[in-house]
Design a protein around this ligand. Sequence first.
Ligand SMILES: Cc1cc2nc3c(=O)[nH]c(=O)nc-3n(C[C@H](O)[C@H](O)[C@H](O)COP(=O)(O)OP(=O)(O)OC[C@H]3O[C@@H](n4cnc5c(N)ncnc54)[C@H](O)[C@@H]3O)c2cc1C
Length: 435
Amino acid sequence: MPTRSDTPPQSGSGQQPLPKTADVVVIGGGIVGVTAALYLARHGVSVVLVEKGYIGAEQSSRNWGWIRKQGRDPAELPLMIESAREWNQIAAPVAREIRLGTVGTTYVSLTEAEFAERCDWVEQAKPFQLDTKILGPRETAALLGRDDQKFTGAIHTPSDMTAEPALAVPALGRLAREAGATLIEGCAARGVERSAGRVSHVVTERGAIACQSVILGGGAWSRTFLENIGIFIPQLAIRSTALRTTPGPQIHPGGLGAPPASVRRRSDGGYTIGRTNASRFDLVPAAFRHFAAYLPVLKSRWNTIQLRAGREFFGDLGHGRWQLDQITPFERTRVLDPAPNRALARDMLETAKRLHPGLGNIQIAGVWAGMIDVTPDELPIIDEIPGWAGLWAATGMSGHGFGIGPGVGRVVGELATGRRPIVDISPFALSRFSP
Ligand SMILES: Cc1cc2nc3c(=O)[nH]c(=O)nc-3n(C[C@H](O)[C@H](O)[C@H](O)COP(=O)(O)OP(=O)(O)OC[C@H]3O[C@@H](n4cnc5c(N)ncnc54)[C@H](O)[C@@H]3O)c2cc1C
């Protein structure tokens, strides 16, 4: 069991009758699926969301809680800017409950080379007119209330936000229900059916739902789901460990990043701590199929990624095909709850304390892990599946989907109902991976 104090509550919606029809069926109750359902319900579309476990139980409650524009690939900045607006609008009724705050992101640099890289990003992001500032060593020290000049500089975006992930997605799910969406937990989608090249049904473990469109927001499971209908997407699972601490002094109100340890002030007075790119890359069969595509990521992260043969490799999670009247991998693993790397967690805490002595004597209060769905260029896939008109994938958030999730949810909701998306989605086309 995860030792997060803030594991999301289960609503018990598994007893609810399964509707036989809907305009749109959403598969997956993470930030993407829930915000898509909320968008659709608010636009008068009949929508049913099915979640194999419970709302927000996988990545969407296990993340660090950063909602940032800072440091993003410029290709996804327009969508992230819209997503930040979405957070402020759709989450307004629950903002206090989910501790949504505009508290800023700061990335400090330990070397001149690192600082130069950060400054390059600020240059690339200029066309988007963000409020990011470049800080010298003295200004960085002043921002962090310290009197040394340990850091070569920093970049700082005051308009970035944070929220408590485990509280956020269930609260947004509640808003979706209030707006008229049906959210059913404990109900796995086994597959989809089509008629004349267009999706016609989602088959769940509790029966079929006839529909016009389907949104697949299955996170780390989307690849497995699509493989069963013969569609291969380059999306792999990376295990990432995080920890929370006991309460300590405030050194920064928002997200404070540095390569060896990143910290985020929590609403309980402690910190959520993680290490960028310190991940375990599971060698599932798909990893071999897409190995060449992943080489650039692996090369750039070689010293922080551990390779191992994943559990999936041995066939108990998503390997092989199934018929729609058979038990699927989604029913066998209701909640993907990978074991955290405790030694890494201890090292991350000690590193954070060395970087920021102002944290005092905080201790580990909980450690957990999540499986991140990563694409080779670390950008999402938002696209209609070839040969399956009306089946939209919104997946591969690549470790930064909590922030961009409401934007993705809105855009895929627009696409699934034939509306023009609020931003250009061409950078997220599946065809970019075609040879
Ligand atoms: C340790 C860690 C730290 C992170 N930090 C940040 C951060 O600070 N900021 C940020 O922006 N992002 C962060 N992320 C990434 C972010 O959490 C994810 O990108 C985001 O939550 C993905 O949302 P999702 O809805 O796509 O997937 P998920 O939250 O994984 O949800 C997918 C859901 O689909 C369900 N599902 C799958 N298949 C089926 C099926 N067949 N039938 C029914 N249900 C199904 C699953 O049970 C699951 O609940 C972090 C991730 C981790 C693990």
